[in-house]
Write a protein that binds this ligand. Structure first.
Ligand code: TXA
Ligand code: MG
Length: 339
């Protein structure tokens, strides 16, 4: 595996590698993707293998320009086109009717295909130069946390990938919002980097899939997705003060106000103070000022760091369920269901 800088030369090398059927991890504004030429079934098969991902879980195909859509999918209605115009390039994945040419391996045999045009300039340049649509799931082993830095990819996938393009930390930090626009009414299959309210401004009320329903429509809804190695316990907002946190456990606060309230509540508790728990515990704050975008961008990075430290148990609190808080709560909830 070789790490490439996002220079003109590195980008050209990455594009050539993709066209030649190699695997290239690319930076996007959501998370890093593990890219392969979507038309090359051998390369796509290697993606599933590298991730140890079951082939019933379909991939997202990435394009650089709207011109590139026609060879892989079509807009089923005007609404789909309007959403693409409004939010591409960006953190929105649309489920669209697929063209015959897209291999069934990419879509797990479905007659729809997930399509996204990322906004990250490095990703777009690589895809444009490669002249192929790029099938790219998040560049992590199946079920584990998504990578938001090149180092995360290197550590998790190593030589299972041919190149990693280092484009720095992902700005958004959670995966794209997956929206199914093939039905009567758009349906969010996975909350993500594009907030629901932004979508509803364009197309009115959208459905959102019920996470606890028995039959997942999108395999991304499988519960044990996005999980760190550590056990994660999720409590209500502000609920950490009352949680039975052990001295070795790590704590993930939403904001600084919440961390302060936690300490104020627990310092009054003499038994806890006597155990000296505060000194030894690892504490992290997603966003000191309580900014949901900042919290989303920090989430996977902090969880990766806990795993690197060998933390066995993490306590986290829910964020406000608005904007990117919905996606963060979704990932925390999924991570907690692994327990
Ligand atoms: O931000 C992202 O979306 C990142 C970057 C790399 O683009 N990619 C990503 O891919 O998160 P992945 O494979 O980890 O998640 C894709 C999700 C999965 O939940 C998959 O089941 C769903 O999209 N999906 C793909 N094709 C689908 C289809 N035809 N119908 C329904 N769901 C689909
Ligand atoms: Mg993934």
């Amino acid at each position: 595996m070789e790490i490439l800088s996002p220079t003109e030369e590195g980008i050209a090398r990455a594009a050539r590698a993709l066209a030649e059927g190699l695997l290239v991890a690319i930076p996007t504004e959501t998370v890093y993707g593990l890219g392969a030429n979507a038309f090359d079934t051998r390369a796509v098969a290697r993606v599933f293998e590298a991730k140890r991902r079951p082939t019933f879980d379909p991939l997202i195909v990435h394009i650089a320009e709207l011109d590139g859509l026609d060879e892989i999918a079509s807009f089923p209605n005007d609404l789909a086109r309007r959403l693409a115009e409004a939010f591409w390039p960006g953190p929105l994945t649309l489920i669209l009717p697929k063209r015959e040419r897209v291999p069934g391996l990419v879509t797990s045999g479905l007659d729809s295909v997930a399509v996204r045009m990322p906004a990250h300039p490095v990703a777009r340049s690589i895809i444009r130069l490669s002249r192929v649509p790029v099938a790219a799931p998040s560049a992590n082993p199946f079920g584990y946390l998504s990578p938001t830095r090149a180092e995360h990819v290197a550590r998790m996938l190593g030589d299972a990938v041919d190149f990693i393009v280092d484009g720095g930390a992902s700005d958004i930090g959670v995966e794209s919002t997956v929206l199914d626009v093939t039905g009567e009414r758009p349906k969010i299959l996975r909350p993500g980097g594009l907030p629901r309210a932004a979508i509803e401004e364009i197309c009115g009320p959208v459905d959102i899939i019920d996470r606890v329903s028995a039959q997942p429509t999108s395999p991304g809804q499988l519960e044990s997705h996005y999980a760190p190695h550590a056990r994660l316990d999720l409590v209500e907002a502000g609920g950490l003060a009352a949680a039975p946190i052990g001295a070795e456990d790590a704590v993930l606060f939403f904001d600084e106000a919440s961390r302060r309230a936690f300490h104020a509540a627990r310092e009054g508790n003499l038994a806890m103070a006597a155990r000296g728990e505060a000194q030894s515990r690892m504490e992290r704050v997603l966003s000191p000022s309580g900014d949901l975008r900042e919290a989303a961008a920090a989430l996977f990075d902090l969880l990766h760091a806990f795993d690197l430290e060998g933390v066995e148990r993490v306590w986290a609190e829910r964020l406000p369920s608005e904007g990117l808080g919905l996606a963060v709560n979704d990932r925390l909830w999924k991570a907690s269901t692994k327990n």
